[in-house]
Design a binder for this molecule. Structure first.
Ligand code: CTP
Length: 413
């Protein structure tokens, strides 16, 4: 039986003010309100006068289950802007038009959303959306610089088709899932991983037999992608080194795609001197064809009846000397028998600070599923067996341990 999909509500107990200003991308703010609400946040939507020309309050009310605000001085509630500002854990403005950016940069308080921005101490993210020429204009660029100086975060704009079929340069608002990821990073605040550099590997490698065939494995990369996304949310700069995977690049993460174990080794080795942590979630092939054919093997020519294999480099071992002193290294092990004993051996043999052990025979664990049941092993610490949980939550547990290990390494003996 497939394990139940546990709904995850990472924003539970958090309040987000979602400011919507008057651009065509306002329709996408409806999806943002929905995703934030599904993730557990209480979403207070503030619509500007311009936004009301594009979207109606009822759509947001139905999705957030909360009243939507449109006026600085609603009947009988002159302190609404102060209350919204004080209660917010984060403010997200999506879309943020050129006009609104100008008002915010000038510190205006001429409508509810602008007043909330002045009154809040919560972190603020702007998701600009406008025609590409309006975005490139020196006045808008100056306003964006000013907003960044104030300490506001800017997410986007992206390059892509704009309204009226126009535009080549940046101007398009980033997508709702990316906005939600930025809201998540903002809600985390400057955590222990802020300013840290984390390298994560994910997915399986492909070792060529000939130009069209390869030896590979069933890894989807999901576990590593979740670790990369969670590390970015916690404030780290993240390099994700991934074998072929159908998953989209996580927001904010630098993605390097590789195919073979050797390519993975080279990228990891080059990145390690600047890294505070390496999380090796990739399912690296242990063997590769010793002599990959330069041309496709044809069956008329006898095809191939035997493949001579040779060992690939063990990325964790081969890159040991490139590690920075005090950096934290996490390995994964997929076992089918004696998982914990085998894991303890790997922990020592590979010089790891943490090993995440999966038993591939457990239902709901391993490849091609969204859940995992793992045991965390660390030198000098008791084993921690976690219950079956979504891989996104396993990623958070792993990063909790990485943060502890980094804090410990920073304390002089
Ligand atoms: N790993 C690696 N390079 C390889 C193979 C594995 O860096 N060529 C890493 C994996 O990314 C993982 C850890 O080593 O973090 C453990 O991988 P696993 O395949 O379970 O370990 P092996 O030492 O290859 O042992 P086994 O004989 O069980 O396959």
């Amino acid at each position: 039986m497939a394990p139940p999909r546990t709904p995850r509500r990472p924003f539970r107990g958090r309040r987000v003010v979602l400011g919507v200003t008057g651009g065509i991308a306002a329709y996408k703010a409806i999806a943002v309100a929905r995703e934030l609400t599904l993730a557990g946040a209480a979403v207070d939507v503030v619509l500007t006068r311009g936004a009301l020309k594009f979207v109606r309050p009822l759509s947001f009310e139905a999705l957030t289950g909360r009243p939507v605000h449109t006026s600085l001085y609603p009947q009988g509630d002159p302190n609404l802007h102060i209350r919204l500002a004080r209660d917010a854990h984060a403010v997200v403005v999506a879309p943020a038009t050129a006009n609104f950016l100008a008002r915010a940069a000038a510190g205006m308080a001429d409508d509810l959303l602008a007043a909330v921005l002045l009154a809040t101490e919560a972190p603020v993210v702007f998701c600009p959306a406008m025609n590409d020429r309006m975005h490139a204009h020196p006045a808008t660029q100056g306003n964006l610089r000013r907003l960044a100086e104030i300490g506001y975060r800017l997410a986007g704009p992206a390059v892509g088709p704009l309204a009226w079929g126009e535009g080549e340069g940046p101007g398009r608002m980033i997508e709702p899932d990316e906005i939600v990821a930025h809201a998540g990073r903002t809600l985390e605040g400057p955590g222990p991983l802020a300013g840290r550099r984390v390298v994560v590997t994910a997915g399986g490698t492909r070792e060529p037999i000939d130009p069209v065939r390869y030896i590979g494995n069933r890894s989807s990369g999901r576990m590593g992608y979740e670790v990369a996304a969670a590390a970015w949310r916690r404030g780290a700069g993240v390099l994700l080194v991934s074998g072929p995977s159908p998953l989209p690049a996580p927001t904010g993460v630098e993605l390097r795609r590789i195919e073979t174990a050797e390519e993975m080794r080279a990228v990891v080795e080059a990145a390690l001197p600047g890294a505070d942590a390496l999380v090796m979630a990739a399912a690296v092939a242990d063997f590769r064809p010793a002599e990959p054919a330069a041309q496709k093997l044809k069956k008329e020519a006898g095809g191939v009846s035997e493949l001579r294999l040779q060992a690939t480099a063990d990325v964790l071992r081969a890159t040991r000397y490139a590690r920075r002193a005090g950096s934290v290294v996490v390995g994964f092990a997929l076992e089918t028998a004696d998982a914990v004993e085998n894991g303890r051996r790997k922990l020592v043999a590979k010089g790891l600070d943490l090993l995440v052990v999966n038993d591939a025979t457990e239902p709901g664990a391993g490849f091609e599923v969204e859940t995992n049941r793992v045991v965390l092993l660390s030198p000098g610490a008791p084993d921690e067996a976690l219950p079956l949980m979504p891989k996104s939550e396993v990623a958070d547990r792993i990063l909790d341990r990485v943060e502890l290990l980094l804090a410990r390494a920073a304390v002089p003996e």
